[in-house]
Design a protein around this ligand. Structure first.
Ligand SMILES: [Zn+2]
Length: 347
């Protein structure tokens, strides 16, 4: 059986904070996925998972507590735990720049892998304690913000008693993700005392890795990647997303394409008898001689179909944007009102 892990990096946006957005509005946009069409964040995601009988993993970043205090992290963690999904540790070191207290002293950096081993240990241990104080069970799995981990991150996690890391993403290997593993192998394996659970994916062109991320893969690619893992008898298939990924890029409206893709992924997992859903808490350790799970080969027409689908999705968003802009212009201009009045009088 292959365990399908659907994970969501769940985080306030440091970018919104820098633009002067307060904790409440950041929470509503980044966690609740609130836009003018409704809420498409973690509750919407959990509703969908539960309709298909699936369990999700939420990698929650507690670092904003250093700036906003602990209550915002409690508000993120509580409903996830109450609804029976898993909370694990995510960590964005960008927040240290704004923090009132820095567990790493004066050191700052974009990625956890930018820090020396001793500082990584302090930061991860401190973040873990903040997450537990916010109501989460002691996390056993970790994902670095921006996938920016290195081998020292794994050493630090192992010394802190973590069992799994899920920071290895072939799309970022050598570009911020500095864990020294072969991106051509998707198998779970032990590295520096910790079990690495790589992000799944496939090749969309020769030697170009496309991760199993909701907004990056078409339904067809996701189904193929899942099928490849199950057919290879892999221990796990790991797909990921974000708490805000079902919103459009400008976060103004829902991203219909991403919602359809998540629905299709949930359906594919629920209907595949070779696949079970779940998190890390009950994930078996890899065997002493772990099998190599080769990344699936590229299929040029599949890649082309995704590019067309994505372009159509962007176009639909732009059309909606222009339509809304015209509506706003008509309602706010004098001529718009006069024409609107004439229209109403005639009608
Ligand atoms: Zn993140």
């Amino acid at each position: 059986m292959t365990r399908a892990i659907i994970s969501f990096d769940t985080e306030l946006s440091a970018g919104l904070y820098q633009r002067g957005i307060g904790a409440r509005a950041n929470f509503e946009s980044s966690i609740l996925g609130r836009c003018r069409e409704g809420d498409f964040g973690i509750h919407f995601q959990m509703d969908m998972l539960e309709r298909h009988g699936l369990t999700g993993v939420y990698f929650v970043d507690p670092m904003p507590a250093l700036v906003h205090g602990p209550s915002v992290i409690e508000a993120i963690v509580r409903p996830i735990i109450e609804r029976g999904h898993e909370v694990q540790l995510h960590l964005h070191t960008e927040w240290l720049t704004f923090a009132r207290f820095n567990p790493a002293g004066r050191l700052t950096g974009r990625n956890i892998g930018d820090f020396p081993l001793a500082a990584q240990k302090k930061l991860i241990g401190f973040a873990r304690d903040m997450l537990v104080a916010a109501g989460a069970p002691t996390p056993i799995a970790f994902r670095a913000g921006n996938f920016g981990a290195n081998d020292d991150t794994l050493r630090a996690l192992a010394s802190l008693g973590f069992r799994f890391d899920s920071s290895f993403n072939g799309a970022w290997a050598g570009h911020g993700c500095e864990i020294s593993l072969d991106p051509g192998n998707l198998g779970m394996r032990v590295h520096h005392g910790l079990c690495e659970v790589p992000v799944s994916g496939l090749l969309d062109r020769a030697s170009r890795f496309r991760p199993a991320q909701l907004c990056a893969m078409s339904e067809e690619e996701m189904r193929d990647a899942l099928d490849h893992s199950a057919a290879s008898d892999a221990i796990q298939f790991s797909a990921f997303s974000h708490s805000f990924e079902l919103l459009s890029r400008d976060r103004a409206v829902a991203n219909r394409l991403a919602i359809e893709r998540m629905e299709a992924l949930c359906r594919a997992i629920a209907e595949d008898p070779r696949v079970t859903s779940g998190g890390f808490a009950t994930l078996p350790a890899p065997p002493a001689q772990p099998r190599r799970i080769q990344v699936a080969a590229p299929k040029p027409f599949r890649t082309a179909r995704r590019i067309v689908e994505q372009a159509a999705g962007h176009l639909a968003h732009e059309v909606r944007y222009v339509r809304d802009l015209i509506a706003v212009t008509v309602n706010s201009s004098r001529w718009g009102k006069i024409l609107g009045g004439v229209f109403l009088a005639v009608a």
